[in-house]
Design a protein around this ligand. Structure first.
Ligand SMILES: Cc1cc2nc3c(=O)[nH]c(=O)nc-3n(C[C@H](O)[C@H](O)[C@H](O)COP(=O)(O)OP(=O)(O)OC[C@H]3O[C@@H](n4cnc5c(N)ncnc54)[C@H](O)[C@@H]3O)c2cc1C
Length: 315
């Protein structure tokens, strides 16, 4: 039975025939309709086959309510019309701002574009600020490779950009005593991934973290876990990029592209048409829309909304 037939059989069973899979340009494309967002996400995960398909195009319609459209800036002018640049970076979150700064090391014109009124107005300023040691990642994953490379870079980057950064470490504690054995095996795995660990008994943990529950019997300490103010870092990256000659176009939404011979000729925005030689897609949860504008549609993103409450008054 072909992969797609097998997948359709599985999806039929899961969603009573409401979802259909087919192959399109080397991707799995899902169509149909569902009234539960989590089910749409679940169907997407079910269709993943990294060895056989480039990606999943999850086009299942959500029937319960309208999905909010991307918020557009209120300005409409020609401030950036007919501007030519070597590189246009779409999205001034942590990724786009860091890339723009890095590119200003070269003698090229860099333009950092964001639809919001400031940099870092999305996930990049609304996260936990943890510089992860990468304990939940798997050896060989691309994310694991870049996480471990990125983690060690933070001391120098934050020093260069004058951003507060510390490594208070991360603790993985256990209540049930047999976890000591499980964790000793897991430590071998972390060691193989280059993640330093230290076993701590309950007494040592209590000295390190006063107030920890009496039920805790031990845990693993990961000294490479760090903490940074996410918005300070994004602003520092973007400011340094501007100091080094990058142009920041705020309140500027990329709404379309002119494509010719499979190449991006220009970006349509609410502030005019921009002509870049190279475009970098750093649009976060909207990066599937940007890829699609360039006829490079091989993935879809189904974002989820949540709330992060910060109790630390020092932050
Ligand atoms: C609650 C929460 C906690 C997290 N905690 C951590 C953590 O502790 N540690 C960690 O490493 N990661 C954490 N993350 C993940 C991290 O925040 C994200 O991976 C990261 O911020 C993504 O950055 P980005 O630059 O790719 O995207 P974003 O910050 O989303 O930036 C994308 C930018 O693109 C712009 N844009 C989009 N479309 C367009 C368009 N058409 N035209 C112009 N501009 C456009 C947007 O306005 C936005 O500013 C957390 C995430 C969440 C939600």
């Amino acid at each position: 039975m072909s992969l797609i037939r097998r997948l359709n059989k599985k999806l039929n069973k899961m969603f009573n025939g409401s979802v259909h899979a087919q192959e399109e340009n080397g991707c799995v494309k899902l169509t149909g309709s569902l009234d539960c967002w989590e089910d749409i996400v679940k169907a997407g995960y079910t269709a993943v086959n990294k060895n056989k398909f480039i990606g999943v195009l999850n086009d299942i319609e959500y029937t319960k309510q309208d999905i909010p459209q991307m918020r557009m800036p209120s300005v409409n002018d020609l401030k950036y019309d007919k501007i030519h640049t070597d590189v246009a970076v779409i999205g001034a979150g942590i990724i786009g701002s860091a890339i723009a700064r890095e590119l200003t090391r070269y003698d090229i014109k860099v333009m950092l574009i964001d639809k919001e009124h400031d940099v870092g107005m999305h996930a990049s300023s609304r996260n936990d600020g943890e510089i992860h040691p990468g304990i939940d990642l798997l050896k060989g994953q691309v994310k694991q490779k870049y996480n471990s490379r990125g983690n060690v870079m933070y001391d120098q980057i934050c020093k260069d950009l004058d951003v507060r950064f510390s490594r208070p470490g991360q603790y993985l504690c256990f209540i049930k005593k047999y976890y000591k054995l499980i964790f000793s095996i897991a430590r071998l795995y972390w060691k193989a991934m280059g993640i330093p660990t230290e076993y701590m008994n309950a007494d040592k943990l209590r000295k390190k973290i006063p107030g920890i529950s009496n039920a805790i019997n031990g845990g693993i300490y990961f000294p490479t876990a760090g903490i940074v103010s996410p918005y300070e870092l994004v602003i520092a990256y973007a400011e340094n990029a501007v100091d080094n000659s990058a142009v920041i176009a705020l309140d500027t939404a990329v709404t379309g592209m002119e494509i010719s011979n499979n190449k991006i000729v220009s970006l349509k925005t609410n502030r005019g048409i921009i002509y870049p030689k190279v475009v970098i897609n750093a649009a976060g949860v909207y990066s599937d829309k940007i890829a699609s504008m360039a006829n490079d549609r091989f993935f879809t993103i189904h974002a989820r909304k949540g709330t992060n409450a910060i109790f630390d008054k020092k932050i």
